[in-house]
Design a protein around this ligand. Sequence first.
Ligand code: PLP
Length: 432
Amino acid sequence: MPHVMTFSHSYLENKDGILYIDGVSTTELAKTFDTPLYVLSENRIRENFRRLRSALLEHYEKIRIYYSAKANTSLAVLKILENEGSYLDAVSPGEVFLAFKAGFQPERILFTGTSVRDDELKFLIDSNVTINIDSLSQLKRLLKFHVPEKLSVRVNPEVGAGHHEHVITAGKNSKFGIWEADVLEAYRTAQNAGVKQFGIHMHIGSGILTIEPFLLAAKKLLKIAHEIHEKLGINFEFIDFGGGLGVPYKPNEKPLNIKEFAEKMLSLFKDRIKEYNLGEPFFCIEPGRFIVCDAGILLTRVNTLKVTPFKKFIGVDAGFNTLIRPAMYGSYHPIVVANRLNAPEEEVYDVAGPLCESGDILARNRLLPKISEGDLLAILNAGAYGFSMSSQYNSRPRCAEVLVKDGKCFLIRERESFEDLVRGQKIPQWLK
Ligand code: PLP
């Protein structure tokens, strides 16, 4: 029986051994735009957003999905989500700037920063976006400049979760959010200053594939919301349960059941807002990875084969300057040979990038077809925290990004040039 690779998502196709994404041949894309190259499927981004929205709407009308821009801040991606009616979670003034460029109105933006500077607070005030406070210090500094109409507080619900220690954003080691003991003071201070409308927020981590941690943390957040309501009479306009909805990367990982997530989270939400007399706040979530991760692939060309007494290395043109997740979190990404999908897997390789760093390895001990120099690899599930975490390390200009849809493609971000390496740099006169 010949080996034929198949994909579980229809936007990825095997046509005579060539990988197609949203109807476009990856070998043609690599020829036209060179490698490394990020390719994003517009249809898949829309599908992920709609799947989540309809799952939530089945249980409650007042929902908001804040796309977490940090996962992929490309303007075209933001524009797609703006079109879909998404709200936006921004974590820096730069993300607010990009959201405006993509057409988001300030009322649709929630800013959740940490270690926020005074000039950044002033920028946010001028931008008229809703601010989600991360510390009492931030709140007091904000109120000195301006009393906003609406304000939210990020609570540390003491339950954290995630695919790696670095992405757990709640619990006792976390720098994020305000602990229960200080939450009342935060709302009281804001209320006394004249803030009229309130939200409450948590975000416990990233890459979570089970529902339990969300439920546990949500119970705690709702209990705190109840306490604030009882003591200060605050009726929350929204309750935001953060992002973190995981996507499977490894072959044995099961996807988060999104229908079950919606059903369980909203049944808890509806029960508690009724029991606690919290009225009818908006139910909000802030997914980043879930929306864009599996909509993106990274194409990289094999330039070197190296066999040592211990290892077989495949040398490619993407390294951790292009995709940092394997080096930073030890993350696994599926890899396929895009120009020979039907070749049987028969050799074990390490896939190595071009950086002068031993840690520049995209995959260890990966079973792949016998590779030749010139082969094109596709690293799957690269749409989230891929380009947005890329750098010019080793003075390598950042790569290009292409959006594909129904057989069409469009260059949404140009490949950087050497000129981009010197942009903004100056040599002082005394060195000339
Ligand atoms: N919300 C906040 C405040 C975050 O910090 C993050 C990610 O770190 C997210 C949402 C999105 O997380 P994910 O991409 O895992 O959904």
